[in-house]
Design a protein. Structure first.
Ligand code: RTP
Ligand code: MG
Length: 140
């Protein structure tokens, strides 16, 4: 299995509850390595750009409002099978459906305020990493 990189984000509901360390530790304990990390309070426009793929969805406004309501931590995680592994550790989008022991089961407030984001495929991972990080910020 090749070494992959994925984009991960700790959302405002989680930073507000001081969960940055606890969430990062769950990724590290699973063998993922943090190769870039910074705290960002995104603007409404940055949120709309990042989530442009969802712009026709009914939750788009609410999502962009929430994502720009407080600081997030944006990260690049590296490891074997990183994209699938990250999503497994996050759990299902809706915490009511998330498996025991996953981040969303443990910490998410709701389907919208669900504590973390993770890329869903190699192409989106590359795009999302490029959206938030320049090459010099990625330190293997
Ligand atoms: P993510 O992109 O954040 O990793 O989560 P995901 O793939 O599990 O979920 P996705 O369908 O891509 O939706 C992106 C984010 O939009 C919010 N959402 N709200 N109110 C709603 O029904 C609803 N549905 C989705 C969530 O914050 C979700 O993570
Ligand atoms: Mg998604």
């Amino acid at each position: 299995m090749a070494i992959e990189r994925t984009f991960s984000m700790i959302k405002p509901d989680a930073t507000a509850r001081n969960l940055t360390g606890a969430i990062t530790k769950m990724f590290e304990d699973a063998g993922l390595r943090v190769v870039a990390s910074k705290r960002v309070w995104m603007s409404r426009r940055q949120a709309e750009g990042f989530y442009a793929v969802h712009k026709e969805r009914p939750f788009f406004d609410e999502l962009c409002e929430f994502m720009s309501s407080g600081p997030t931590v944006v990260q690049v995680l590296e490891g074997e099978n990183a994209i699938a592994k990250n999503r497994e550790i996050m759990g299902a989008t809706n915490p009511a459906d998330a498996a025991e022991g996953t981040i969303r089961k443990l910490y998410a407030n709701s389907i919208g305020e669900n504590s973390v984001h993770g890329s869903d495929a190699p192409e989106t991972a590359a795009e999302e990493i490029r959206y938030w990080f320049s090459d010099v910020e990625l330190v293997g």
